[in-house]
Write a protein that binds this ligand. Structure first.
Ligand code: NAP
Length: 243
């Protein structure tokens, strides 16, 4: 089966590591990004330099028309999408509930969960038996992230629920839907929360005593997308060092 994957937010952090790993394993990769074109092109160039296939595509995946254009572009470039990684996500400055505006709450929801719904719906128009989706949730869906970002945690809880329900809706079509729940991974995202060294601060509280790497998450995503996980659907891999 020809493998064509869309990785939302594939230009930085976990998405960039996943783009490079999947390309090395023979996937043709659409590296989606929202704003940072240079970073997306850098990931694509790295893949192409190693003999892989990739192209960058700008789309704000919280916007329906952008998502429709994204999957049409993939179809025109590599043929129908066969695999999808819903990875794009954001968080804002750490704050307790009284400091969270409705505008912020809604921005988090549209970027983190409406995007996931839209990409799943559009991808499924092209997918057939053997296709697979991985949604990137978070350990925050279990902890609730009190005093940091309950808006973000709530959006990730919604991803878990969408993953479970959709996995059952499409199971009879031979399409699998799973999730990963990373926690404490070294990426730029923590700076957006106002604490760039958050992972190091929390490391003593993590059973494995360290933060994780984007490559460690990418390996779990690769496995869930692969035929080796052919009997796995509606499942989650926690990547939070035992937390
Ligand atoms: P990151 O380094 O901040 O990268 C975020 C990526 O998402 C960038 O490529 C960004 O593109 C893209 N993006 C943001 N908004 C977008 C939108 N509306 N449309 C399309 N792309 C968009 O983040 P990360 O730490 O790798 O996180 C990746 C995923 O893992 C997220 O879903 C996050 O919630 C989850 N996660 C991360 C951790 C962690 O510890 N890092 C823990 C648990 C879960 P631009 O640069 O172009 O804006």
């Amino acid at each position: 089966m020809k493998k064509v994957v869309v990785i939302t937010g594939g230009s930085r952090g976990i998405g960039a590591a996943t783009s490079k790993l999947l390309a090395a394993k023979g996937f043709a990769v659409c590296v989606n990004y929202k704003s940072n074109k240079a970073q997306a092109e850098s990931v694509v160039n790295d893949i192409c330099d190693r003999g892989g296939k990739a192209f960058p595509f700008q789309a704000d995946v919280s916007i329906e028309s952008d998502v429709i254009a994204l999957f049409e572009a993939v179809k025109n470039t590599y043929g129908s999408v066969t695999h999808l990684v819903n990875n794009a996500g954001i968080l804002f400055q750490q704050a307790s509930i009284s400091k969270i505006s409705v505008e912020r709450f809604n921005k988090i929801l549209t970027t983190n969960i409406t995007s996931c719904f839209l990409c799943c719906r559009e991808a499924l128009k092209y997918m057939n038996e053997g296709a697979a989706i991985v949604n990137v949730s978070s350990a925050a869906s279990r902890s609730g992230s009190p005093f940091e970002y309950i808006d973000y945690a709530a959006s990730k809880g919604a991803i878990d629920t969408l993953t479970k329900g959709l996995s059952i809706e499409v199971a009879s079509m031979g399409i699998r839907v799973n999730g990963v729940r990373p926690g404490f991974i070294y990426t730029d995202m923590h700076a957006d929360g106002g604490e760039a060294n958050r992972v190091d601060r929390l490391s003593p509280q993590i059973p494995l005593q360290r933060g994780g790497t984007p490559d460690e998450v990418a390996n779990a995503i690769l496995w869930l997308l692969s035929d080796e996980a052919s009997y796995v659907t509606g499942s989650f891999i926690d990547l939070a060092g035992g937390k």
